[in-house]
Design a protein. Structure first.
Length: 115
């Protein structure tokens, strides 16, 4: 069984930065990709960043140029560096791990950005 645990969320003022981490534990033979999603109570969960095993990255339009996703497969960890945070970045951030035949989600870490 694979489990994901996110950390690094918190409260920050607009313009500030946070770095989220997501650690995967369990038997993981191969990783296809990681992704970060966020959700607030008024919106659907949206993907904000995605990274493949070949380090190809994609970002949501609202975070391009401000967020960076990177990974350390030796540590089974993915990160999301968030800079120049805005109030609209507020939400619960979830990581997703895709391996052959399965996908796993973390429990989420909350981020609050105040103006």
């Amino acid at each position: 069984q694979v489990q994901l645990v996110e950390s690094g969320g918190g409260s920050v003022q607009a313009g500030g930065s946070l770095r989220l981490s997501c650690l995967a534990s369990g038997t993981i033979d191969r990783i296809n990709s990681w992704a970060w999603y966020r959700q607030d109570p008024t919106k659907q969960r949206e993907q904000v960043a995605h990274i493949t095993v070949r380090d190809a990255t994609t970002y949501g339009d609202s975070v391009k140029g401000r967020f960076t996703v990177f990974r350390n497969d030796a540590k089974n960890t993915v990160y999301l560096q968030m800079n120049d945070l805005k109030p609209e970045d507020t939400g619960v951030y979830y990581c997703k791990l895709v391996i052959p035949g399965a996908a796993y989600w973390g429990q989420g870490t909350p981020v609050t950005v105040s103006s």
